[in-house]
Design a protein around this ligand. Structure first.
Ligand SMILES: [Fe+2]
Length: 367
């Protein structure tokens, strides 16, 4: 369609919105497709009643039962999002595993430890993404109690986002990706007297156990461009414009074919007087949005703590909490760490989420 406008729209999106009015972005293809900006008299989150299953949802993953194994929370045919607790006690019993259903990202929310693999050992601590390609044998050795957000890519492989105009060292440098260390792994396993001989393989979500007479971590050399790696949120270099708020896609960290993983890290706020400083009201028409709050002060709303996860399916606009709009005035920087997963196709909820849902969340936009 041709670009067209009615009334008196702004010259630049997210900037110069007339006092007392509100901008709503309605965008397709994750804001890369046809998109329009509406100036409204009221925030598009001003609902007073919602009847039916579609609504904004908030979950407190800290309250999930501390059972071992991955607890799936949201899923479709391309993507699963799960919570994983690993108790420090499990260090005594190192179990190797392989995921034949897809690449996995373990985002370490709490804890620290090591992850052994066919390719060598990687250290991790809170704030690390561990990217583990499909079918690679690995075993997590917790150094303390750990909590992970687990993102499984069931229909493609994780890739880095296209940096486009800003060049290949933007967002994060290739040198920020930590590679596995085979020599250190051999020494560590010897020191710890660990020789895992069993691999649990997940295929079509069913577990099969392969037992060997010798340790499964017996690789003495490798080469190639397929291997697990880590990336810490402190090594992300957020893009920003001091003049106008950038969309979340500017904060992409990893991409799958049918979803994107973005990271919000502390950054300066926009400095132009007429720039919108809080996230704009928007409908990301083709995407379900999941936001996991990792650390810091979450500026887009109040009453949040680390370990909470919001779920905003397509079908309604969302935007900042009214208190965030009021409190942003004196702030110069954001101080939040959050992981966002935007899914191209609708996500289903697992029953495990029912017990940790904050039922009144949909009312939280009412100032
Ligand atoms: Fe959003």
């Amino acid at each position: 369609m041709d670009h067209y406008n009615q009334g008196r729209p702004t010259r630049q999106a997210h900037k110069g919105i007339p006092d007392g009015l509100f901008e709503e972005e309605q965008g397709t293809k994750g804001f890369f497709g046809p998109v329009s900006y509406l100036i409204r008299k009221n925030p598009s989150t001003n609902w007073v009643k919602i009847d039916g299953p579609l609504k904004p949802r908030m979950f407190d993953l800290v309250e999930l039962p501390k059972q071992s194994g991955c607890q799936r929370l949201l899923f479709n045919q391309h993507l699963t999002i799960s919570n994983l607790w690993i108790s420090a006690n499990e260090a005594k019993n190192l179990v190797a595993q392989r995921n034949a259903d897809g690449d996995v990202i373990y985002f370490c929310h709490r804890g620290r430890g090591e992850i052994f693999s066919d390719y060598g050992v990687l250290g991790f601590e809170s704030g690390h993404y561990i990217v583990m390609p499909k079918c690679i044998t690995h075993a997590i050795l917790p150094g303390e109690d750990c909590q992970f957000l687990v993102i499984e890519n069931r229909s493609s492989h994780f890739e880095q986002p296209d940096r486009g105009l800003v060049g290949r060292n933007a967002l994060y440098d290739a040198n920020a990706l930590v590679k596995p260390d085979l020599a250190t792994q051999e020494a560590r396993l010897k020191e710890l007297k660990l020789e895992p001989k069993v691999v649990v393989v997940k295929h079509l979500d069913q577990m099969t156990t392969f037992t060997y007479p010798t340790t499964v971590f017996d690789v003495v050399a490798w080469k190639g461009d397929l291997y697990p790696f880590t990336l810490h949120v402190d090594h992300l270099m957020p893009l920003m414009s001091h003049r106008a708020h950038l969309p979340p896609s500017a904060h992409s960290t990893f991409v799958g074919r049918e979803f994107v993983v973005c990271t919000f890290v502390p950054r300066p706020l926009e400095t132009d007087a007429d720039a919108l400083k809080v996230p704009f009201y928007h409908q990301n028409i083709d995407y379900d949005e999941v936001l996991f709050y990792h650390a810091g002060d979450f500026f887009s709303r109040d009453n949040l703590h680390p370990g909470m996860m919001s779920f905003h399916p397509a079908g309604f606009a969302h935007g900042p909490h009214p208190k965030a709009v009021k409190s942003i005035g004196g702030k110069t920087h954001t101080n939040e760490y959050a992981v966002m997963i935007d899914s191209r196709w609708p996500l289903n909820r697992d029953a495990a989420l029912d017990q940790v849902e904050l039922g009144e969340y949909w009312k939280s936009w009412q100032g």
